[in-house]
Each structure stands twice: as C-alpha cells, then as structure tokens.
Design a protein. Structure first.
Ligand code: HEC
Length: 262
C-alpha cells in the first residue's frame, strides 16, 4: 500500500479498497464518546486573561469617581467666573473697564468687594503696609521711640500730600523731631519698589488709620508727584520736605467719604 501512504507513513484507507486493510483492522472508527461533552469543561472555563484587559477594582473606581466629584465641587466654589482678573488687586477697574472710576461703584454691580474705591484702596494699602512698613513703624503705627517715628498723628502723614509723597517716593534721612522725640535714621525710598497704585493705596491707608483722618491720595497724584520729585533723586531732609508747597496735587479726590470726582 505504498501508493496510499503519506510521507509520515500514516495509512489512509482507500475508498475503492473494499477489503479491510490488514494494517487497520484493529482500529475502531465508531464513536462511542460524545465530543461535545468532552469540550463542555473547556467552554465553562473563562477566557485566558490578556494584558491590559484586567477589570478595574470597584474600590479604585469609587476613589476615582469621588475625586472627580470633589474637583467639581471645588471648581463650583472657586471658579471665579474663569476671569483672568480674579486675583487682580484692582478688580474694580478691571471688571468695569475703567468706567466705574467716577461713579464710585455705588450701584454695586460687580461682586468682588467693588463697593467703594476708597475701601478698596485702604484694603490694598493695609496689605502694602504690613508687607513693607510694619517691620519698622509697627502694626500699631506707633513706631519705635527714638528709632522709627510714629505714623499715627504724624504731621507728615496727615499733612499736605506733597510732603508725604516726597518722603515715601524718595525716602527721608537726617535729624528730625516727631512728637517730642528726636530721630536720626534713614527711611528707605519706595518709589522704585512700588507702583503708583500701591503708593497711593498705602498713603491713603496710613492717612485714615490709627485715628488719622486725612483725604485719600490717588494714583494720578502719585504719578504727578513722581515727575515733580524726579529732579531730586536723593532722600529728602525734613527741612526740605517742609519747604515743599502745601497746595493740593491735581488729580485728587474730595474729602474722605466724598465721591471721587476727577
Ligand atoms: C527700615 C525701616 C523703615 C521702613 C521699612 C519704613 N520706614 Fe518710614 N521711616 C523710617 C525712619 C528711620 C524714619 C525717620 C527718618 C529720619 O529719621 O530722618 C521714617 C519716617 C517715615 C515717615 C515720616 C514720619 C514723620 O512724622 O516724620 C513716614 C510718613 C514714613 N516713614 C512712612 C513709611 C511707610 C508708608 C512705609 C512703608 C511703605 C515705611 N515708612 C517704611 C524707617 C522705615
């Protein structure tokens, strides 16, 4: 039967070969086993797991969902209107396109403490004061006797705008007597470190704090004063300050409490 054999010598029964092949006579071709039954167990098995297809544990799912949920709550509370000016010191001008400068925000349409420009300046000034001035002049404004003169009831602070701005923008040095105590220190110049708005705010703050009551100072006035004092780059002496004109600097506002008029 060489012609009916494959290369591996496995004998294949030939259809036209009626006689039983002596080689195959012990083989039984009738099936007495149920093939489906044999494979049942294989069908019952889960599929072989594949990398990357593992199911996410429930607890992890819960953690992720509550994290996203928490982010949503946070965003809901602090979204700030997605406004680029949410942390701008000058929310009033930014949120009203500069229009409100004259109205004083009396209609209160902008939410962020935009009520009163004066209150806003004082708030900003208070921050400036604690950052830049309180270390010497003390949070109480009382200074340190013999070293840093008090700002409470200081003639310079509540006096003519020009006098105060000269001290703040250019600094002050040399002998002076304040409220009966002699000083001979050096007050740093702030003109280079603070912008007009910040100088105006801190001036307004110290003019209205600790029982002081002098009118606010506007950024426009600070800008004008900067130009005036540019010819005097060094620190002032108290005699020079007191010799400066006492007339108001243009661009100011009315007395405290009054509407900005410009
Ligand atoms: C490093 C300490 C120091 C810091 C900070 C400082 N000052 Fe002074 N300040 C002085 C000294 C010292 C004098 C007195 C100068 C002198 O003796 O000639 C003075 C004087 C003054 C005066 C004049 C007071 C008067 O009655 O003659 C004013 C106003 C003033 N400072 C405001 C401020 C403000 C506002 C700030 C913050 C922006 C500030 N100072 C920060 C040390 C300081």
């Amino acid at each position: 039967m060489a012609n009916n054999t494959y290369d591996n010598d496995f004998p294949i029964p030939s259809p036209d070969d009626d006689k039983p092949d002596p080689n195959l006579r012990n083989l039984d071709y009738s099936e007495d086993v149920n093939v489906g039954k044999i494979h049942e167990s294989i069908l019952r098995e889960n599929k072989e797991p594949r990398e990357g297809m593992e199911p996410v544990p429930l607890w992890l799912l819960a953690v992720i969902i509550s994290f996203i949920f928490g982010c949503g709550i946070y965003l809901g509370l602090f979204w700030g209107g997605f406004s680029a000016t949410a942390y701008d010191e000058d929310t009033r001008i930014a949120s009203s396109g500069g229009e409100k400068g004259k109205g004083g925000g009396a209609n209160g349409e902008t939410a962020v403490a935009a009520g009163d420009p004066l209150q806003e300046a004082i708030k900003l000034g208070k921050r400036q004061y604690s950052n830049n001035c309180a270390s010497c002049h003390q949070p109480t404004g009382m200074g340190v006797s013999g070293q840093y003169p008090p700002l409470a009831k200081s003639d310079i602070v509540i006096g003519p705008e020009r006098h105060l701005l000269a001290v703040l923008l250019n600094g002050l040095e040399g002998h002076l007597t304040a409220q009966g105590v002699a000083y001979n220190g050096a007050m740093p110049a702030w003109g280079g470190n603070m912008n007009d708005k910040q100088v105006a705010a801190v001036s307004t703050f110290i003019r209205q704090e600790w029982g002081n009551s002098a009118g606010p100072i506007t950024p426009e006035q600070v800008a004008a004063a900067r130009k005036e004092f540019a010819s005097h780059p060094a620190a002032y002496k108290i005699e020079e300050v007191e010799a400066l004109p006492t007339t108001p600097i243009p661009g100011g506002t009315a007395a405290p409490g009054g509407e900005a008029k410009k």
